[in-house]
Each structure stands twice: as structure tokens, then as C-alpha cells.
Ligand binder design. Structure first.
Ligand code: PXP
Length: 255
């Protein structure tokens, strides 16, 4: 009997369209238009990170995305009172809680869930009560996964940045193993497992082939590639690579 893997969803992060817009002020290019194009090109959901400093996505973008989208919106946000209030006001499909430092260029590492239970627990409870699916962005570190499960978070997103940044070779293979082990552990303790950060055409296949991972969130590479070839081509190729790797993994599972 052949093993049928869970489908793999693609969430497209449109933050960098807002970065480009903000470079000149005004409204062009519009991240909401980009989101709709991404959906038309094969995205299963849209991800946007409302940072404390509003360097890319702004409050009005969240409002407009909520009004325009027919697919799930995954709002990435820091665990602050301000973001909690914004999430509860808009009630997106999902909130991914990320660590945030003002001076960082991008989200550099996963959340330290273990040790921050007192701050994260009430936030997870409040968002969950409002019907929002809460995800915690963590490194491939088993104690963090255990802490996420203990707090009742239904989802974790594994940070794939170290894997993507590692040079091809033993270092990258080791990072991939860590991600695989973490994803298997997450599934074994009842967590839905997502992954993202830094993924591109050359790195997505090995991550898509991990059966326990059911969603990838990809932004920077896809938006950069869309500048060169268009959204349809960039997202279409990413989907093909994901789906092909998944189908190959399914074949291996079955044999
Ligand atoms: N997932 C999370 C939680 C993130 O913070 C980011 C970056 O905003 C991504 C995925 C997407 O990363 P990238 O833009 O490198 O594809």
C-alpha cells in the first residue's frame, strides 16, 4: 500500500513588496495587489510580518489584506501587547509569533519558548480563544518544541535559515538532519509543523521532502525572482519543485 503524504501548502510572504513601496513613499508597488497575484499564481496563503518599526508592512496593509484575501492570512508578529491587540482586532487565520529585534535585518533565530512561558502562554490562549491558529517560530531544537506543545500552541514553524545559509556539503546535511529530526518530533508530540526562512529554488526540495512538514512560508527569494521573471513564473517554478520533491518522497515512503 502506498503512503500518501499530507499535502504541502505554500504561503507567500509579500513583505518585500512593501519594502520597495516604502522606499519611495506612495502606494506603488502595492503589496495587496502582489498578494492577489501570488494567489492567482498558486499560493495557498499569504504571510505578512507587521514589525514594530513598520519597516515594510503597515497597519493599513493588514486591514486591506483582510478585506481582499479569500485565502488564509498568516500574520507574523512579535509577542507584544500592541501586536496582540492588532491580531485580536483583525482576527487573521493564523498568527506566527516571532522574536524581533529592531536592529536586525530579518528574523535571525527562533523564539526561546522555554523560559518565556509566562509571556507566551496568555498570548497563545487569547489568540486561540479568538479563533486564530497560533504558530511559534522556533529553531530545530527539541526542547523548544516540547515547550511549545506544553503551552498548547497547535503549530510550530521551523527556522530553515541555518540550513539555507550553510554551504552545500556536510554542514548543510547536518542542518537538514536537525530539521528532519525536529519535524518528526513535532509531529510525534501532536504539533503541526511548518518551515521557512531563506528558502529558494535550490534549497526547497529537501525541505519539501520531509513528510511531517505541511506548510512552507517563502518571501524574499520569491519576490526577488518575481522581479526578474514575474510572479506566475517564480511561484509556478517553486510549486513544481515542492510538488516534485513531495511526490518523490511519497514514492520512497511507499517502497
Ligand atoms: N517564516 C518566518 C517566521 C519569517 O519571519 C520569515 C521572514 O519574514 C519567513 C518565513 C520568510 O523568509 P524569507 O523571506 O527568507 O523567505
Amino acid at each position: 500500500m502506498s503512503a500518501v503524504l499530507l499535502p504541502l501548502r505554500l504561503g507567500v510572504n509579500i513583505d518585500h513588496v512593501a519594502t520597495l513601496r516604502n522606499a519611495r513613499g506612495g502606494g506603488h508597488p502595492d503589496p495587496v495587489r502582489a498578494a492577489l497575484l501570488a494567489v492567482a499564481s498558486g499560493a495557498d496563503g499569504i504571510t505578512a510580518h507587521l514589525r514594530e518599526d513598520r519597516r515594510h508592512i503597515r497597519d493599513a496593509d493588514i486591514e486591506r489584506l483582510m478585506a481582499a484575501l479569500t485565502v488564509p492570512l498568516n500574520l507574523e508578529m512579535a509577542a507584544t501587547g500592541e501586536m496582540r491587540a492588532i491580531a485580536l482586532k483583525h482576527r487573521p487565520h493564523a498568527c506566527c509569533i516571532v522574536p524581533e529585534r529592531r536592529e536586525e535585518v530579518t528574523t535571525e533565530g527562533g523564539l526561546a519558548v522555554a523560559g518565556q512561558e509566562a509571556a507566551l502562554g496568555p498570548l497563545i490562549d487569547d489568540l486561540s480563544t479568538a479563533g486564530i491558529r497560533v504558530s511559534l517560530f522556533v529553531d530545530a531544537d527539541l526542547p523548544q518544541l516540547d515547550a511549545a506543545a506544553a503551552l498548547g500552541a497547535p503549530v510550530v514553524e521551523l527556522h530553515t535559515g541555518r540550513y539555507c545559509d550553510a554551504r552545500p556539503g556536510p554542514g548543510r546535511a547536518e542542518e537538514l538532519n536537525r530539521l528532519r529530526t525536529a519535524a518528526e518530533h513535532a509531529a510525534a508530540i501532536g504539533l503541526e509543523c511548518h518551515a521557512g526562512h531563506g528558502l529558494g529554488f535550490d534549497t526547497v526540495g529537501n525541505i519539501a521532502a520531509i513528510p511531517a512538514i505541511v506548510e512552507l512560508n517563502i518571501g524574499h527569494f520569491l519576490m526577488g525572482e518575481a522581479l526578474m521573471t514575474g510572479m506566475k513564473e517564480a511561484i509556478g517554478r517553486m510549486r513544481t519543485l515542492m510538488d516534485r520533491a513531495r511526490a518523490d518522497a511519497e514514492g520512497l515512503e511507499a517502497s
